[in-house]
Design a protein around this ligand. Structure first.
Ligand code: ATR
Length: 501
């Protein structure tokens, strides 16, 4: 199977703007699709001239609304434009399965312009996907293209199963929408001849990534038959920083592997995808950290203690799990406190959810005495009974109890996170200045709570070190190698001057 080509979809109103975009990304892409339905009418009138402006192969497409395009004219006008465009030096022309024009097709053949015969399903992954692609492929002069829309993890499974059945058929096959993003990154695994991307802010289809993300973050062109797949499951997922950290780690060590986000609404179906694609390991985030446990062959004492799993690895034909959040949380504290010091420390933990649970477990294991404060006191009480701690409400009563538990204050709720970064879960608490304040939030880097603590003279720590520390442990479990992760990975990775490697 030939390597998949990365195609920049040009959706500007003018040919000039499209040319400028091509110039910007020409070193990262292999071909171009001119979406002439986006051109203004004056520009459409010269669309046959477009291919002469670039050395890259160009696909001509004029997409109707019903197929996800923006062409406003009649079908007759579209036909005329296609005919006019076909006089230019296009390498391919995209014609839908229900579009036929013998004269046009004969002229394309004589000019060696290949037809991409496409169909679109904007709502689902159709049950007859394989059959439809194979039917088009019967005509050796045409390349079948299917752009379909997985709306769930089980749809995505059906998509990957179809790709497997079509592994010996030359085709373009794309999963659109949020669930389909992974299919665009993994085109070299699905066997799609082309994967499409867009200029940032000008996405031509739901789920398009931009050329920098495709090539710098996911190293699109490097993905091949032997490339190992790692990933992260969650819902939502596309805001996650883990792909930035892990892919950078893989690149630093020149490991032939990619780490991709899987939007997941059904863990069971995801395990089927994992088996189908031979996924070697994956991170697990909200809301699947508990559900995933039921599907594992083996768990460890960390999972048993906190009832949550954030790391799954493939070992001896099975998936087994662990939780690196616990050590990821506690390890940054060893920079500031010795194990002996920790044994005599008293800590307050704000929140009583999943994150709090991992922290409380780690703090108790380190020998600290702990007070848990929570908006819903009953949950704090329940957690305290499990881990033998004090508890209280997140109000004046609780704050007054903190006096004896303020060597370390740990904030585990999402209060103060972007976009609600003005919030402070401890607004009524006055820092004395000698507390060490650890907020698990990393976006923003300095929450309102940490800002107040800093200005009172406290030492502070945000969640970035924990994020990186837990990822470091995962990386080692995934690859068997020590990562070179640093805290500045998040901020410096996506700088555009990083070349494709
Ligand atoms: P996680 O796994 O991230 O800890 P979780 O299990 O849903 O998520 O727990 C969220 C924690 O944040 C809980 O302690 C929750 O308090 P409640 O138990 O009272 O729900 C806390 N939390 C969420 N929003 C909050 C808010 N606006 N003020 C105070 N606490 C809040």
């Amino acid at each position: 199977m030939k390597k998949s080509q990365l195609c920049l979809v040009c959706t500007s109103k003018t040919i000039q703007e499209n040319i400028e975009n091509i110039e910007k990304y020409k070193d990262r892409i292999d071909c171009i699709e001119l979406r002439a339905d986006f051109l203004s009418p004056e520009e459409q009138s010269v669309l046959d001239k477009f291919p002469a402006f670039t050395n890259l192969p160009v696909i001509l497409t004029i997409r109707r609304k019903s197929d996800g395009g923006v062409f406003k004219g009649t079908e007759q006008e579209r036909r005329q434009l296609l005919k006019q465009g076909s006089r230019g030096d296009y390498a391919y022309i995209d014609l839908e399965t229900d579009f036929r024009d013998e004269e046009l097709e004969a002229s394309l053949k004589s000019r060696n312009i290949k037809i991409i015969r496409s169909f679109h399903d904007l709502e689902s992954v159709p049950g007859n996907l394989v059959k439809r692609v194979k039917k088009i492929a019967e005509n050796k002069n045409e390349i079948p293209k299917a752009a379909v829309t997985p709306k769930s993890t089980s749809d995505l499974l059906a998509f990957f199963e179809a790709c497997r059945e079509l592994s010996h058929t030359e085709k373009i096959i794309i999963g659109m929408g949020e669930f389909g993003v992974t299919t665009r990154i993994l085109a070299n695994k699905t066997g799609s001849m082309i994967s499409y991307c867009s200029v940032p802010g000008q996405s031509a289809a739901p789920g398009h990534l931009d050329p920098i993300t495709m090539t710098t973050l996911y190293r699109f062109h490097r993905i091949g038959k032997h490339t190992k797949i790692y990933g992260i499951i969650g819902n939502p997922i596309h805001h996650s920083s883990s792909p930035l950290i892990h892919n950078r780690g893989l690149r630093d060590l020149m490991i032939d592997a990619v780490y991709v986000p899987f939007l997941t609404d059904d863990v069971k179906s995801f395990f089927e995808i994992a088996n189908l694609l031979s996924i070697e390991g994956f991170s697990v985030t909200i809301p699947h950290k508990e559900e995933v446990i039921r599907h594992l062959k083996k768990t460890d004492q960390h999972i048993e203690a906190v009832g949550a799993c954030n790391t799954v690895v493939h070992r001896g034909n099975h998936y087994i799990g662990t939780n690196t959040d616990i050590e990821g949380f506690i390890s940054p504290l060893y920079t500031y406190f010795s194990p002996d010091e920790m044994k005599s420390m008293k800590a307050t933990v704000i929140g009583a959810g999943g994150a709090s649970r991992a922290c409380v477990y780690a703090l108790r294991k380190a020998g600290m005495t702990v007070l848990i404060l929570n908006r819903t006191p009953a949950k704090a009480k329940k957690l305290s009974e499990e881990f033998d701690t004090q508890w209280g409400p997140l109000d004046e009563t609780g704050f007054s109890r903190m006096k004896n538990f303020c060597d370390l204050i740990i904030q585990t709720t999402s209060v103060g996170m972007v976009p609600k970064s003005e919030q402070d879960p401890l607004a009524a608490y006055k820092f004395a200045g000698n507390e060490f304040v650890y907020d698990l939030i990393y976006n923003p880097k300095l929450t309102r709570l940490l800002e107040r603590a800093l200005s009172a003279g406290c030492k502070v720590l945000n969640g970035e070190e924990m994020l990186v520390a837990q990822a470091h442990l995962q990386f080692k479990l995934f690859t068997g190698r020590e990562s070179l992760f640093k805290n500045n990975y998040l901020s410096d990775f996506m700088r555009t001057e990083i070349p494709e490697m």
